[in-house]
Design a protein around this ligand. Structure first.
Ligand code: G3P
Length: 217
């Protein structure tokens, strides 16, 4: 499973990249607003950190303008992936850009039928939002499973990019049901490394080692 970082935090992206846990980055207009930075400038900076896809979202509502914005965003760097909303216009823009060889990420997906349409339109990635479904007491993971089945039934190559990952159980469950990619905030990815028994075991090992008076080097 690929790990994308759902953030515009340069330090966190760099740290995760250096550890080996950043295969790409996703952003959205809310993440850019939160960063307080210039959109194109921050995307350019992120694209220089990772060779993986960096999703940058269009903000137009009609297909022609989305395509124009998408082409413009692609000029920032070769690894920019154009993020489009799952609307009729977003799907149309996805078809046009996909035919031009532009990588696309169709976002705000909340149903298996939406995901089926995105695959038909040649999306590189489909982004189902797990956490936002769970917020409504719906089953985000069931959606990932349904999309997996549909894509496998027909050999669609669109990658399932599980988004709106809020906790480490979401991450584990996405891996279990076969999401191709998950995008999570840095905090969640770092939390995946933690376990109370790891900390407890390590501190016992260190204490016992100290008692031997030896050194490794
Ligand atoms: O990639 C989409 C993701 O950022 C949405 O997450 O937590 O705002 O639902 P959230």
């Amino acid at each position: 499973m690929k790990f994308f970082v759902d953030s515009a935090d340069i330090d966190a992206i760099t740290e995760l990249h250096d550890i080996g846990l950043c295969d790409g980055v996703t952003t959205n207009p809310s993440i850019i607003a939160k960063s307080g930075r210039d959109f194109k400038e921050v995307i350019k900076e992120i694209c220089a950190i990772t060779p993986g896809h960096v999703s940058a979202e269009v903000v137009a509502m009609d297909a022609a303008k989305m395509v124009e914005e998408g082409r413009h965003l692609r000029k920032i760097a070769d690894n920019v992936c154009v993020k489009l909303p799952l609307t009729k216009d977003g799907l149309k823009a996805c078809s046009i850009l996909s035919r031009e060889g532009v990588p696309t990420n169709v976002t705000l997906c909340f149903s298996a039928n939406q995901a089926l349409l995105a695959a038909k339109c040649g999306a590189t990635y489909i982004s189902p939002f797990i956490g936002r479904l769970d917020d409504l007491a719906l089953d985000g993971m069931e959606l990932i499973q349904d999309i997996r089945t549909i894509y496998d039934n027909y050999g669609f190559e669109t990658e399932i990019l599980a988004a709106s990952i809020r906790n480490i159980n979401h991450a584990k469950d996405c891996a279990l049901v076969g999401a191709d990619v998950m995008t999570a905030p840095p905090k969640v990815i770092f939390q995946m490394a933690g376990h109370a028994l790891t900390d407890k075991g390590l501190s016992a090992f260190m204490k016992d080692w100290e008692s031997t008076g030896q050194s490794v080097i």
